[in-house]
Design a protein around this ligand. Structure first.
Ligand SMILES: [Zn+2]
Length: 117
């Protein structure tokens, strides 16, 4: 199994752009969108650590937590350890993982959760 690799600076702004657009569309899966390898899909998983402290009016937030983003093909990833978890992300919100920065545990939990549905 290939190692997880942080998104390199060369690809970082493209990666963030693609992920942020997907978040705005309320989608946690992006087909073929990986700026690192040209493949994909890019997937996301969230975990909730507690209630959100600051929520903008009208924002539908389930809590404060963490977000993992990764490419299934090349295993590039990014991680946000202090993130607002939107309500729409319930389908891809996993039970609290071991606190790993890389998505190995989050990806496993997400696969389990999707299998149960
Ligand atoms: Zn990739």
């Amino acid at each position: 199994m290939t190692e997880w690799v942080s998104v390199f600076p060369d690809h970082y702004s493209a990666w963030r752009g693609i992920v942020n657009q997907a978040l705005q569309r309320q989608e946690a899966s992006i087909d073929g969108g990986c700026p690192v390898c040209g493949g994909g899909p890019l997937l996301m998983a969230f975990t909730i650590d507690g209630p959100a402290r600051r929520v903008a009016p009208g924002e539908r937030i389930a809590g404060r937590g963490r977000r993992w983003e990764w490419c299934e093909s090349c295993r590039a990833f990014d991680y946000d350890r202090e993130s607002l978890v939107p309500e729409w992300a319930a389908a891809v919100t996993v039970p609290e993982s071991l606190g790993l920065r890389d998505p190995s545990e989050a990806a496993r939990l997400l696969a389990e959760k999707l299998k149960e549905q």
